[in-house]
Design a protein around this ligand. Sequence first.
Ligand SMILES: Nc1ncnc2c1ncn2[C@@H]1O[C@H](COP(=O)(O)OP(=O)(O)O)[C@@H](O)[C@H]1O
Ligand SMILES: [Mg+2]
Length: 231
Amino acid sequence: MISIESLTKTIGEKNILRGITLTVNQGETIGILGPNGAGKSTVLKIIGGLMKPSSGIVTINGLTIKKDPFLVKNKIGFLAHNSYLYDHFSPLENLIFFGKLYQVENCERKAKELIRDVGLTFFMHEPVRSFSRGMVQRLAIARAIIHEPEILILDEPHTGLDQQAVKLLNEVILKMKAKGSTILMVTHDFAQTVETCDRIVIMKQGSVVDDFHVTDRSVDYIYEKYAGQVG
Ligand SMILES: Nc1ncnc2c1ncn2[C@@H]1O[C@H](COP(=O)(O)OP(=O)(O)O)[C@@H](O)[C@H]1O
Ligand SMILES: [Mg+2]
């Protein structure tokens, strides 16, 4: 369970987060929607320990990043705007590198499985620098999940993906979900949230303005709710 309490972030004069309180239950998949600059990435970065809040507290299964940084970070897989991949390494080399960092057992086998899952087997030994944006994103997805994180954080994972890769990504999300992972995903692709999310949180100007369960799986409903808050 992720518990976020009264989270604020101020940089200079700017109130980026104005008191976010949110509880994410284990196994839940949440889609975070909101206009550019709403503070969505900032919330994800604070949960993932990549940024410190100005005030407030985030606990993950009762642990905090501050007290147990390694324990907490081991539980989290983070797909950010930056791929965190090494350009001169191949997909296999990259995944083995990150797998070893997280002390993944049978690392090479796991790496090859993931490369197959994201459809890059044919390019397994090619340096990443020759890859298109979509191919990099596919590999970044594999990198984020190599240690089978309990919590998966995805910041705009659909951006730059072709139709086939979007389908692949949804399969990865559903597979992680079936294993009981908790997933937080920022996206502008409302249709994809309907495919995978249990709950939608809408953010605007550093606050949560709506929070509801996706029950009837209708994208129109989500558009309606979004328009009601964001316009
Ligand atoms: N390091 C930073 N310094 C100053 N302002 C920042 C910094 N990071 C983010 N911001 C500002 O915080 C606001 C929220 O950013 P962000 O969380 O990236 O929004 P979102 O992901 O919802 O588009 C934006 O107005 C952005 O310009
Ligand atoms: Mg963002």
